[in-house]
Design a protein around this ligand. Structure first.
Ligand SMILES: *Cc1c(COP(=O)(O)O)cnc(C)c1O
Length: 292
């Protein structure tokens, strides 16, 4: 298994009615079908640290559909670590596509109740000195540092970066990596997650006004959707050839398209939209929902 860094391109896209703004997409989704997008970047310095500490097993946390779980499983295998995933909630009768794939990459899966999960309870069978623990979503200092290195894969010739924001780790990394005068706009994928601003402020240690978070494009909440999101994602694919996922990048592209329509970005701007991957999550949708 290899990561295709050379396949990461910066694609100019044409959106209907947008003439005086350049819109580009950084295709991190092309890195790998499973370890796609931002997750490898957020994991890389944790894995390096685990190797340095001579740890044997990577242990992390997530939900049954978590891109982070499956990315950690694949990346751990790639780097020669064992891995274990602590999954929120009782074991489902039939495992999600994500969990099956994580298992295929050799991850041991432990299901714990939501309450135990909140307290980050480590199952007894897992407690050894050889473990290296990574937070849910790879959030934390090394995750931010890794996310900053995303911008090494493109030019710096943009006025604005736009990304989807879950934990805000990727966004914090972009804020730290941007040049003076550049701006970052995050599209929150959760409903009314107004702690996100504080989180991004803490993670990036940035108090500047050069970034903002928009809370209007969550479609009802995390991993929630409405038919018009799929309609948009299909239309966006037809127009640009760029596929998206319904949890993160579909909402990002929808939000940015709407902001462009409302003239949120000044004429002459050059936008870089971060395609942070996540396409594996679309496997949970009914076949035929998406045309890609
Ligand atoms: C995890 C994820 C995000 C969110 O990243 P955060 O650093 O948690 O904000 C965005 N896009 C995709 C595809 C993801 O899998």
């Amino acid at each position: 298994m290899q990561l295709a860094f050379n396949d990461i391109t910066t694609d100019l896209i044409q959106l209907p009615g947008i003439k005086d703004i350049g819109v580009f997409v950084l295709r991190l989704d092309k890195l790998h079908p499973v370890v796609s997008g931002n997750k490898w970047f957020k994991l890389r310095y944790y894995l390096a640290d685990a190797a340095e500490q001579k740890k044997k097993r990577i242990v992390t946390f997530g939900g049954a559909w978590s891109n982070h779980i499956v990315a950690t499983a694949a990346a751990s295998k790639m780097y020669g670590f064992a891995s274990a995933g602590i999954i929120r909630g009782e074991e489902p009768l039939s495992w999600s596509h994500t969990l099956l794939q994580a298992k295929e990459y050799g991850m041991e899966l432990y299901f714990i109740s939501r309450e135990e999960y909140q307290h980050k309870k480590i199952p007894a069978g897992l407690l050894t000195d050889d473990n290296y623990y990574i937070n849910e979503g790879g959030s934390g200092e090394k995750g931010v540092e890794g996310a900053s290195s995303i911008l090494d894969h493109t030019s710096k010739n943009f006025t604005h970066y736009c990304c989807a924001a879950g934990t805000g780790t990727m966004m914090a990394g972009l804020i730290n990596a941007m040049l003076p005068g550049q701006k970052v706009t995050g599209i929150s994928v959760m409903k009314n997650n107004f702690e996100l601003e504080e989180q991004v402020r803490c993670l990036s240690k940035s108090t500047s006004r050069e970034w903002n978070i928009i809370h209007d494009y969550h479609f009802g909440g995390y991993a929630k959707y409405k038919p018009d999101l799929f309609q948009f994602m299909n239309g966006f694919y037809r127009q640009t050839g760029v596929p998206s996922d319904f949890v993160y990048t579909g909402k990002l592209f929808f939000g940015v398209s709407d902001l462009l329509k409302n003239r949120f970005f000044p004429a002459g701007s050059r936008l870089l939209l971060i395609h942070s991957g996540g396409l594996q999550g679309n496997a949970s949708l009914e076949k035929g929902t998406l045309i890609f």
